[in-house]
Design a protein around this ligand. Sequence first.
Ligand code: FES
Ligand SMILES: [Fe+2]
Length: 450
Amino acid sequence: MLSKEQNDRLTQVGPGTPCGELMRRYWIPIAPSAQLLENPVRKVRILGEDLVLYKDTSGGLGLIGDRCLHRNVDLQFGIPDKCGLRCPYHGWLFDETGKCVERPMEGAPQAEIKQKLKGYPVQEMGGLVFAYMGPLPAPDLPRWDLFVWPNSIRQIGLTVIDCNWLQCQENTGDPTHSAWAHGHLFEYELSRNGKLDERSSDNLHTLHQRKRVGVGIKEIYASQTEHGFRKGIRYSKDLGADADKDVEHSTVIFPFYTQTGKTGAPRSEYQIRVPIDDTHTYHICYQCYAAPPGVEAPEQDVVPYYIPPTHDDTGRPILDYVLAQDAIVWVAQGPIADRTTELLGRTDIPIVVLRRQLDEQIKRVEQGLEPMNYFQKSPDIIHPLGSAPDYDKPESLNKHGFRKYYHKGFANDDADRYGPLIETVKDLHRAIEDFEIRRAAGQQRDPAHA
Ligand code: FES
Ligand SMILES: [Fe+2]
């Protein structure tokens, strides 16, 4: 349980708020690059600020305030120029710093005007546009591994979630929700629609795997790491689990990422919970499908994006895939979850760790220090899980083994099924499976690998 003041401190993201100032120390993904190919000017709202993202005719990117200095016209209707964006009403030209550099029809010579629009640095990486909205100089754009991992194909799923970012991120600190939100709720949904047998006859099906998450729990663990924290569940055979074991859940990458699946695996993903404002979240599923050495992933010029639907044509929530199950419970906590009335239990230990970590990092910014994952100079590649994938031990990559079998029907359980690349991904998964079968057969024949 938190006090109202603590809850405000961790959830509010506008300019000048404690958490908002923390967020303004990071490069924030704000749009897929592919959207600028469709339309080079887009309105975006990030951290409670209304802005316009554009690509000018020289290929330069800008992110500036959305209202023209002249008479407040919305610049989402602006015209890209050689170096900047022109207002559609009287043609005032703004550069990427938000400075007005030309006012046609105002006569010459033109005095420089003091007023400026906001102007924030932007950069592209891995098919996403990132913005930095904090004090300059900006840090380096961190090269998190899924954005730059070679021999992979990628797609980006975008969902606007009608609630505060922190309840989406807290879900990442909650290993046991899987048993219900992705197990029992999934089963309930399929049986209500008469699809239980058709969709879940295989014992490997997501809902069966997830229901087993809840059986035989001895304790929940969580510990801080260099880039966030890791957490999971300790199981006991005495309590009904199939073995005494520790099972690690997805990794938390500070401040608003989580990673599911190992980097280099046939399917891994960053889920990124970007605050649009205090009551809306721009949820990005950054999906990466990597091929091992020996299999070639197809070339990709543009990383495509898609919008997984959360409701059907009748307005009823779609609940038969994992992200939609998460989304419904996040929104169902209210626009900003009231943490003054909650009743935490042992399953919430990682959530307490997450809140403490967030509060500690907010304090660092308040003290004028750099927070976690602020990189003056980014390494060429950063592995948030702590190490590079080891293709000599492919079993270490297959934490959620069923996700390398999208060609066998498992794509149906994830948002990925709506993605434009899904058939290409299935082909890739087929090729990886063939390769693994051939390799296993070769190893059996070769005594050196016995
Ligand atoms: S309102 Fe923008 S140039 Fe006049
Ligand atoms: Fe979930």
